[in-house]
Design a protein. Structure first.
Length: 214
């Protein structure tokens, strides 16, 4: 009967030895198997590397969202859990901050206008100082800067730093405090006054009441 033979099956020669064909098939088969194993290892390595990169990316994104959530005031994230909601509220918060900055700039200009005029010369300030406080010390104003105002953000809201000469102290501080008291979205937290040489330095901290637009 007919019998099929594998090309790589052993074929005995007349002397009982295996043919060279078996040796060639074994070598070829081993080479192909090794190549397949190498390809499998490379494929597995790429998958593992891709998974690790993806895992790190997700961790970084999660950390960034957590940092963003921590920066938002409570009223912006209350009752909102999804990431898309947090992003929307962060956008609203940024817009509100921009509006607050514009309002603060307007208030800064109004405060400067409400302060006594700084066009008086140093000589006039000196005579006013001598007559009112009976001090012979000359005015410490440089370049006729009798009053300087600096407004900057702080942890609770806005910090207003006022520096003025002795002759202008009672006018500038009362004017600023009166204006701040009239502002509906500002509340005075603290007011610290110190004297350095012939000038007074006032540090006023005001809390900004943010709007609750959702």
């Amino acid at each position: 009967p007919y019998q099929s033979h594998d090309v790589c099956s052993p074929i005995a020669n007349k002397n009982g030895g295996s043919s060279k064909k078996r040796s060639l098939c074994d070598t070829y088969g081993t080479s192909e198997a090794n190549k397949k194993d190498d390809d499998d290892r490379v494929r597995v390595s790429k998958k593992l590397r891709h998974r690790e990169i993806e895992r790190q990316r997700r961790q970084e994104v999660s950390s960034l969202f957590k940092s963003l959530r921590d920066l938002l005031p409570f009223q912006y994230i209350q009752g909102k859990r999804s990431i898309s909601d947090h992003i929307d509220q962060a956008t609203n918060y940024i817009k509100n901050l921009q509006n607050n900055i514009k309002e603060l700039n307007k208030k800064k200009n109004r405060i400067k206008k409400a302060l006594p005029s700084t066009n008086i010369s140093t000589e006039e300030c000196t005579s006013s100082l001598t007559s009112s406080s009976r001090l012979s010390s000359s005015c410490s104003c440089v370049g006729d800067k009798h009053i300087t105002v600096v407004i900057m953000p702080c942890l609770v809201g806005v910090e207003i730093i006022i520096s003025c000469c002795l002759g202008r102290n009672k006018f500038c501080l009362s004017s600023v405090l009166q204006m701040l008291a009239q502002e509906q979205r500002l509340s005075i937290v603290s007011c610290l006054s110190t004297r350095l040489r012939q000038r007074y330095h006032h540090t006023i901290v005001s809390q900004v009441k943010l709007s609750r637009e959702q």
